[in-house]
Design a protein around this ligand. Structure first.
Ligand code: GN1
Ligand code: MG
Length: 340
């Protein structure tokens, strides 16, 4: 029996596995059989306590089932022993979801409608979870979107980087430093207490929304590893980061990185169509900061990973993290000059 077959057997499922998706963290497969499933091997080096993912997801699932039974939440299946995350012989946890048929993902937003719908999809998750006891949810990754900590990590990586690696990234290191004022703004905002701690998605890349094949409306928000306490700016900001440019973070030609004003407006409209009454007046004042802080965080994380020798994100060529950081710094410049 192959490793995949053994894991599927835990769940009493038979099928053929093929690679799926473009995530940077886990290994994801489509299981084709009588019914189709999505099978994932969880990256235990990144998520060292995967059972926290399972418990957060179960809490959300139960809350939604009671309060909003029509909300489509991609809950994992339990195996024959009632376990959400069985381990394989090599010590990796696995999980499986029913495939949500007649849906697809996009890597780039190509219309205002897509921006509106995807933002509405993520907003709807937060709105439906409004009222859940956030203190029951634990962080699956500590200080994940803490900009001050991410800046410290960048400084640490820079200090430890091999000289030849740091020279290659000279320009990006300068850029990273030039935006440090955003860390101060972030600290002030967090310390002011103006933001409400909510259960957020925390990974709102556009390809984490499933679009219905016919209506092209958002059918479901997926990738709930980081469903945990956070602030709305984390979700809104990652949408700005991944929606407004016509190209993804992988684009090497940074002249193609653009800020599309109409897409930005459409995404805000879509998000607020769900979140208008959930967000406080104080929170709304931070809307312009969201895209800046999240784009900066990603640029810092990608650059730090390059400086460290690419230990975190999957890469397919040596400079990939530097390319991503370059791309994200360009985007950050554009967001800063277009949003105030
Ligand atoms: C990772 O799960 P995935 O591959 O979509 C990362 C996100 C980054 C993203 C950048 C757990 O997301 O925080 O925004 O890459 N997830 C984790 O593409 O680090
Ligand atoms: Mg993810």
């Amino acid at each position: 029996m192959t490793n995949h077959e053994k894991i599927l057997a835990h769940f009493g499922i038979k099928g053929v596995c093929s690679p799926l998706g473009s995530g940077h963290i886990h290994k994801t497969f489509k299981v084709t059989g009588k019914k189709n499933f999505v099978l994932q091997r969880v990256n235990k080096n990144v998520f060292t306590q995967p059972e926290i993912i399972a418990s957060n997801n179960r809490l959300a699932f139960q809350f939604l089932k009671e309060r909003h039974p029509d909300y489509l939440f991609p809950q994992t299946l339990s195996d024959k022993n009632g376990n959400d995350l069985p381990y394989d012989d090599e010590g990796y946890p696995w999980r499986i979801f029913p495939m949500i048929e007649n849906t697809s993902t996009i890597d780039e937003v190509t219309s205002e409608q897509e921006a509106f719908e995807a933002a509405k999809g993520f907003g709807s998750l937060t709105k439906n979870l409004n009222g859940v006891d956030a203190s029951l949810f634990k962080p699956t990754l500590d200080r994940f979107h803490d900009l001050a900590w991410r800046y410290e990590q960048f400084e640490d990586a820079l200090q430890k980087a091999k000289p030849e690696v740091a020279i290659q990234a000279e320009q990006e290191i300068e850029q990273a430093k030039s935006f440090e004022y955003l860390v101060e703004e972030y600290n002030q905002l967090i310390n002011s207490g103006r933001l409400v701690l909510r259960v957020m998605h925390n990974d709102t890349k556009v390809n984490n929304i499933l679009f219905d094949a016919q209506s092209r409306k958002a059918a479901c928000a997926i990738d709930l590893d980081t469903l945990m306490p956070g602030y709305f700016i984390y979700d809104l900001g990652d949408m700005v980061r991944t929606f407004v440019s016509p190209v993804t973070e992988e684009e090497k030609d940074i002249s193609k990185v653009l800020f599309r004003k109409n897409i930005y407006s459409a995404l805000l409209q879509g998000y607020l169509s769900e979140m208008e009454r959930v967000l406080t007046a104080e929170e709304k004042k931070s809307i312009p900061f969201a895209g800046k802080m999240m784009t900066y965080i990603m640029a810092l994380r990608m650059l730090a990973d390059f400086l460290r020798g690419n230990t975190y994100y999957h890469i397919t060529y040596p400079e990939q993290n530097l390319v991503r950081a370059k791309n994200q710094f360009r985007l950050l410049e554009l967001i800063c000059s277009n949003v105030s």
